[in-house]
Design a protein around this ligand. Structure first.
Ligand SMILES: [Zn+2]
Length: 263
């Protein structure tokens, strides 16, 4: 896996970074008018304790903001979970421990990477999802929330059917993901990517992130995807500024995946 930080974080941030972030977020919120804005954060590739995991969690504790933790079943052990929870605390209102790809491996022989793509049939996908769910439930106990984030934000129609059958309550991919899951399950999509962007020019990375923040806030729902393995000190500072700005606004509602489901 590629753990290299984006070019934006491999150099010093511009001196005006705070003003730029506050300006983009302020504009997005002004465009939303009086509509309450739904906001959630989703951190992927959880399961192994590390300094970067701890630093990310400390930021969310500092800003008292909820965070969804997409956990890789084959990486998590009881001992690792004890170490992770020593950092997060129990706090069921702050963390949404949910399921990521069981092995976090690509199974597609060609095309875009997918663990839950068309290369495997319904029965195979069902078995993998079930094994992952059983493992997480046994380790996480009542902390486990039945939502699924597919690796690389993609999965097949069969995967969605299997998730429904296994009584998952929803999934989380990226904005515009196909196939549409809504007849079966809600898809709580991320639409801002802070750490796995393809652009190489740091100025363009920054510009695109700020545009995504502004546009999604203006539209009333912002889902921010994080990858702690790719966060260095500069990336932490950037996220700290975003959290500090967002938490100033009372019309923003920070949520967990399960909060999007109507009771
Ligand atoms: Zn992942």
């Amino acid at each position: 896996m590629n753990y290299r930080p984006s070019t934006l974080y491999r150099q010093k941030l511009p001196n005006t970074i705070k003003e730029q972030i506050y300006d983009a977020i302020g504009k997005g919120i002004a465009s939303a008018g009086n509509t309450p804005i739904q906001l959630f954060f989703r951190a992927d590739d959880i399961g192994v304790p590390s300094a970067s995991f701890t630093e990310m969690i400390h930021l969310f504790q500092k800003h008292q903001t909820p965070l969804c933790l997409a956990t890789v079943p084959s990486w998590l052990t009881s001992s690792r979970f004890r170490q992770l929870e020593a950092i997060t605390g129990h706090e069921p209102n702050q963390w949404c421990w949910h399921q990521h790809g069981r092995l976090h491996k690509n199974f597609e022989p060609e095309g875009k990477k997918q663990e839950f793509g068309p290369a495997r049939d319904y029965q195979q996908l069902m078995e993998q999802l079930d094994k992952g769910k059983t493992r997480l439930q046994s380790i996480l106990d009542d902390r486990f929330i039945p939502f699924f984030t597919p690796p690389w934000n993609r999965c097949s129609e069969d995967t969605i059917r299997a998730l429904k059958r296994l009584e998952f309550k929803g999934l989380s991919r990226s904005a515009g993901a196909q196939p549409d899951s809504t007849p079966l399950l809600p898809d709580i999509q991320v639409n801002v990517d802070l750490h796995t962007r393809k652009e190489t020019d740091p100025a363009k990375v920054l510009n695109d992130i700020l545009n995504e923040l502004e546009q999604t806030l203006a539209n009333g729902r912002t889902g921010i995807m994080l990858h702690h393995q790719r966060m260095n000190t500069t990336a932490l500072l950037f996220l700290d500024l975003i959290l500090a700005c967002l938490t100033q606004y009372t019309n923003i509602r920070p949520m967990l995946l399960q909060d999007f489901i109507q009771p």
